[in-house]
Design a protein around this ligand. Structure first.
Ligand code: UDP
Ligand code: MG
Length: 316
């Protein structure tokens, strides 16, 4: 029997968990051809989240959990979930029921058809402010413009991942994580499923704008070193301006038979030295970018198949 691990990162979710468990249980009971594991990652909750998980485990052996020493954030909770998952595939789901568990059978259906990464894309964003919708739209645009890897729009972390995606992801051990970009980066066969995202059932969102801005910056900087290239790109226009202005001043001095004026000399000097500075920053940026990419220690590629045999990407 194939095993499906449902990973639920939970931070202060005492009100949502019993509701979530009920709905998950309903869905899972109807899928009796699979063995299920509900893996909770308690991310340093300060409320009764852990007690609730423990009592669920006492009555249901499919429930297991990882308990963090403190709050590490959802991204780290997710990788811990992947590390401890025993399933042939995993499904990430939020504890607040914004991701409807009723979609799970459909995710599994596409997995059975051979897709490795079945992600749920939301049709609407009920219960979110205009500002949040707008900023997230702009963010996707920016993120997509700085990378060749295709970013999936309007997708959260609600998705099913085959074991080989899991084995790929757990090899990406960088500390500033942005799962969304990693899901894209590892590749494999992706399938989109549309759903309506509900407002959260209870409690408050754990995000605020500062956290979101942090996540956005982590996303861009963990993905690409192109911001470091800005200096390199600015070098050429700066020196070009210098040369053009220099020629202009020389011609003017010769044709009008006057000496070079102080302000012209100053402009030339400013252009010259800022050009040199920008160029040096660019050079440092290039090296920094290389160091950055190397320190991530990522494997260079993953394999789907070898001689027609599915590659599981286990660490050797
Ligand atoms: N979460 C977590 N650690 C955190 C913040 C959030 O594990 O530091 C969990 C949270 O319990 C929920 C999921 O991540 O299951 C999504 O959080 P939330 O609903 O607050 O985010 P939003 O839906 O507003 O993006
Ligand atoms: Mg939520």
């Amino acid at each position: 029997m194939k095993k499906v691990t449902i990973i639920i990162p939970a931070y202060n979710e005492e009100e949502s968990l019993p509701l979530l468990y009920d709905r998950l249980n309903n869905v899972v009971t109807n899928l009796n051809q699979y063995e299920f594991e509900m893996l909770f990652v308690n991310d340093g909750s300060k409320d009764k989240t852990l007690q609730i998980i423990k009592s669920l485990r006492a009555q249901d052996e499919r429930v297991s959990y990882v308990d963090f020493s403190r709050n590490f954030g959802k991204e780290i909770a997710m990788i811990a979930g992947l590390d401890y998952a025993k399933g042939d595939c995993v499904i990430f789901i939020d504890a607040d029921l914004q991701d409807p568990p009723e979609l799970i059978p459909e995710l599994i259906k596409y997995w059975e058809q051979g897709y490795d990464d079945v992600y749920a894309r939301r049709k609407n964003r009920k219960g979110e402010t205009f500002l949040k919708k707008f900023t997230s739209k702009m963010y996707y645009k920016v993120l997509q413009s700085v990378t060749r890897v295709e970013i999936q729009r309007d997708t959260g972390d609600f998705r099913l991942l085959d074991r080989r995606c899991v084995n790929a992801l757990i090899q990406l051990r960088e500390t500033q994580r942005c799962s969304k970009s990693m899901f894209s980066w590892i590749g494999y066969n992706k399938k989109e499923v549309l759903f309506d995202r509900d407002p959260r059932v209870a409690g408050e969102t754990k995000w605020n704008y500062k956290k979101l801005v942090d996540l956005a910056i982590d996303g861009i900087t963990s993905f690409t070193t192109s911001p470091l290239r800005i200096s390199t790109y600015l070098t050429i226009p700066t020196f070009l301006t210098l040369v053009i202005y220099f020629i202009y001043v020389i011609i003017k001095c010769i044709t009008q038979n006057v000496a070079i004026q102080a302000f012209q000399a100053i402009i030339l000097l400013v252009l010259f030295f800022s050009g040199i500075q920008i160029m040096l920053f660019g050079i440092i940026g290039e090296y920094l970018g290389r160091i950055f990419n190397e320190t991530k220690n990522r494997p260079l590629y993953f394999i789907k198949e070898y001689n027609g045999i599915r590659e599981e990407n286990k660490e050797k």
